[in-house]
Design a protein around this ligand. Sequence first.
Ligand SMILES: [Zn+2]
Length: 248
Amino acid sequence: MEFSERMLVLQVGKFREADLWVRLLSPSRGIIAAFAFGGSRSRKRFAGCLDTFNHIRVHVKASPGKQYFALQEGVLLEGVSRLRRDGGRFGMAVNCMRFLQSFGIVPEGAEKAHFLMRETLRVLEGCEDVPKLLPVFFRARLAFDQGYALELAHCSRCGKSLSGKPARLLIRAGRAVCPVCAGASSDYRLPLGSDTVSMLQSLHVLPPGDWAEPAVHPAAAGEFAEAVDAFIRYHVGITWEDGRFVRR
Ligand SMILES: [Zn+2]
């Protein structure tokens, strides 16, 4: 089996003297691992391709018995340079990439994940004002896109609109209730200010290029990150421990 596809390079490592192993995000297959035999020497077959965060077109061949993929040749479609020179931007990109890998991407969710990662890299490469919360935005949007959506438009008990209002997030149910109804629920509740509710609502639909931090109080940013990470911890099972994402 052979195929050619546009993919994002997530990680590259050395494997023996001249060979590399590569982890790629395909828009049709999800995350795949492959070897690039001769990859660290062959400038002709992989000119400038095999670097983290590059978007490449690559020709892949499955081994007999389909035990592994081997990259045959690649062409660089879109690279990053500013992102590599800027430690803050690079750190955010690595954080998003590691979360994506901990999450694991199956073929059904691959197209959305590929779009999200690619657009996030474009923001980190090209935008003058990168939101400080970008990695949290990324985590939330990836979870929403992969089937863990939050229902935040209306109070799940009385049905009143939550737009522009504070709410309580019911972590287990993935829904929110208005403060009046919050007392009646036994679910684990997290208070959300009105800014956090609208940030979470808009993240379901806005592409990364339109993500912007509203001028909110620093406490709201902390509250937003806490809500996203509590939701992901409960539903996806990913936590941040000792400087890395761990999936339980
Ligand atoms: Zn209510």
